[in-house]
Design a protein around this ligand. Sequence first.
Ligand code: NAP
Length: 260
Amino acid sequence: MTATEPPVLILGGTGEARELAAALVAEKIACVSSLAGRVSDPALPVGEVRIGGFGGADGLATWLTRHRCTTVVDATHPFAQQISRNAAEATTATSAQLISLRRPPWTPGPDDHWTVVADIGEAAAHVGTRVRRVFLTTGRQDVDEFAGIDDSWFLIRVVDPPTGPLPHRHRVLRSRGPYRLDDEREIMRTNQIDTLVTKNSGGALTSAKLRAAADLGVEVVMVQRPAPPDRGHAVTSVDDAVLAVRAAIAGQVSTRQSSP
Ligand code: NAP
């Protein structure tokens, strides 16, 4: 990053954020990727990276001001609500431009058997209505919602081990995507899974489980996305995010050039 060029801040933790960093680095656009620091061995984007929270929206605004950063791409996971709220607030406070990169959600096909629920609590309530063999893929932060369900058995897939309370009958499976259809089918078949619980993350890296569930007649409990903050320029692909970043930078340059 040059001293004269304000960086684009990419709020990351997703495959799309890594792709965007690679694209901006390839175009020699100064950028810094930010990770929360939640996983012990994160997949790192190319280019400059900072790790750890900013200290709320105020801390993020301070960081933007200190680094003269006027363009922020919120490329965080669609279920990472707090950081997106902070990005909306901090860019409003500093008048920075906000580009919001969200991959499209998954939609059910004719073979899918989805039960759509509003949030993790509702997913747990639905799972608790009968005895099941559950494939739980919602991430370690949400596992404790299922801790009170003692009749069902859970295969809990996580990147890092969960630290909170767990359901009584379970096995923890540590792995990181992307996942292949054959492997997903095999996991569900050998563990006699009848229910898959997932957030509607969208994207191709983890969608094989949905095809596998449809093939095996497994019910999918699909947690809907929370509404994103009502601010920023929304895009759904990395290519469009690159275009939006270019336009944002060009706008800043022309504003600077036309200033007295
Ligand atoms: P969250 O609840 O929205 O954010 C909690 C706090 O973590 C934020 O207030 C912020 O701390 C810090 N934080 C989150 N993302 C950050 C980032 N990219 N850079 C710097 N600080 C960040 O977030 P979460 O749901 O725990 O997710 C954490 C990270 O994991 C996100 O970056 C997200 O992209 C990724 N991820 C989340 C999920 C999911 O299902 N939630 C799935 C896959 C990946 P301060 O207030 O101190 O700044």
